[in-house]
Design a protein around this ligand. Structure first.
Ligand code: THU
Length: 160
């Protein structure tokens, strides 16, 4: 038996430490939480994707009475970005969330597994690393590539 350790890397920022461009993107994700449709979970998530052409695309979670028919903010945003601009890579995706009391969550938002997988596909379509900013009112995490959120990930190569 051998043990292997997989390293992931992330940076932790206070909001004030973020670059102006990153603050702008995080602010857009925060703003998008107000467009969320979350009458069931009361958890309002917003995301903002900065494309390499400079365009910023926003999205939010959209729930449904048939619960599994709803979709997370990250997937709303990436699918929309990739639909509108199929050949334009996503440079950075920022995510923010508010709880049922309407407060921004203190700890950085943690995207669900399905969204991480979709981020990975979006990144490989763009053929460059996608940076991700996970906002929390206490601190924001930055990862420089999706693999840091999804170690041992399944990719198209695994089917060869
Ligand atoms: N949700 C997101 O939109 N993104 C996440 O990163 C976590 C969860 C949504 C799905 C559902 O509408 C609600 O938050 C509660 O799970």
């Amino acid at each position: 038996m051998k043990e292997r350790k997989i390293e992931i890397s992330l940076k932790v920022y206070a909001y004030e430490e973020l670059s102006q461009a990153d603050r702008l993107l995080v602010d857009k994700a925060k703003e998008m939480t107000f467009h969320s449709y979350a009458p069931y979970s009361h958890f309002s998530v917003g995301a903002a994707a900065l494309l390499v052409n400079g365009e910023i695309i926003g999205g939010s979670n959209q729930e449904n009475a048939a619960y599994p028919s709803g979709i997370c903010a990250e997937r709303t945003t990436l699918f929309y970005a990739n639909s509108q601009y199929p050949d334009v890579a996503v440079d950075t995706l920022a995510i923010a969330a508010r709880n049922e009391r309407g407060e921004y969550v203190e700890q950085p938002v943690s995207p669900c597994g399905a969204c991480r997988q979709v981020m990975l596909e979006s990144q490989s379509r763009g053929d460059r690393p996608m940076r991700i900013l996970l906002y929390g009112s206490k601190c924001t995490y930055e990862v420089n590539r999706v693999e840091d959120l999804l170690p041992l990930c399944f990719t198209a190569n695994d089917m060869e």
